[in-house]
Write a new protein. Structure first.
Ligand code: PXP
Length: 247
């Protein structure tokens, strides 16, 4: 199967909120995250990813429901493991959810979810989602114990956190790729679908060809940034072209 691309459109909403935080539903509120999603799909996005954060800094609940209703590709809801987000997910019924750590101060998701220390609540959340027919991915650091624990808790998928890979320098990049390689091989071996996300951009994307068994990338910032120059459709098309080289 070819490598799939989930386009994270949160930052379309980030720009809208910069001006219209108090009026996100105004007819003048732009840019529109739903239109961004439709343009991404036109460019070849295989799924749309959104993160409704506790502080609503970009996506609003209404965006999530609008996007869910209008798109014909899978919707991936990134969510913190909180009662509020569980309630939204159960009402929204995305195709899958990706459980992420979430703190108020962070600029973006920093570090993977520590499923080892949060076994009980993560396990409970996985069961609630699955009972409702929603598949579950866990956003984790590329560490063996986290991968094993994700499988023990019954998740179908993991998303390997590629943030350190994205920030790597010439001296650290090989070590970061090795960590991702080992985690991906282990995940695949124990029956998990292995995805990757965070900090993937047009320049580093092909380095991930060294990591086997990847099913899907979730990419936001670099695609939305590129879209400002060439439009969303073309930005997605260019990323898909790079990804088509994945072995
Ligand atoms: N995957 C997860 C779990 C994330 O939290 C994010 C950031 O919202 C991404 C992927 C996309 O990361 P980026 O914007 O760096 O491409």
């Amino acid at each position: 199967m070819s490598l799939l691309l989930g386009v994270n459109v949160d930052h379309v909403a980030t720009l809208r909120q910069a001006r219209y935080a108090l009026l996100p539903d105004s007819p003048n509120a732009e840019p529109c995250p739903l239109q961004g999603s439709l343009d991404a799909i036109a460019g070849g996005a295989d799924s749309i990813t959104i993160h409704v954060r506790g502080d609503r800094r970009h996506m609003q609940e209404a965006d999530a429901f609008r996007i869910k209703q209008a798109i014909h590709v899978p919707l991936n809801l990134e969510m913190g493991v909180t009662a509020e987000m569980i309630d939204i997910a159960l009402r929204l019924q995305p195709t899958f959810v990706c459980l992420v750590p979430e703190t108020r101060e962070e600029v973006t998701t920093e570090g993977g979810l520590d499923v080892l220390s949060r076994r009980r609540e993560v396990g409970d959340c996985i069961r609630l989602m699955q009972q409702s027919g929603i598949r579950v991915s866990l956003f984790i650091d590329p560490e063996m114990e986290q991968v094993r624990c994700a499988a023990e808790l019954g998740a179908e998928m993991i998303e390997l956190h590629t943030g350190c890979f994205g920030n790597a320098t010439a001296t650290t990049i090989d070590a970061e790729i090795s960590r991702l390689r080992e985690a991906s091989i282990k995940g695949h071996e124990i029956g998990l679908q292995v995805n990757a996300g965070h900090g993937i951009h047009y320049q580093n994307c092909r380095l991930l060809e060294e990591v086997p068994h990847l099913s899907e990338y979730n990419i936001g910032h670099s695609i939305v940034s590129r879209a400002m120059r060439v439009g969303m459709e073309q930005a997605v098309r260019e990323m898909k072209a790079l990804m088509s080289q994945y072995p």
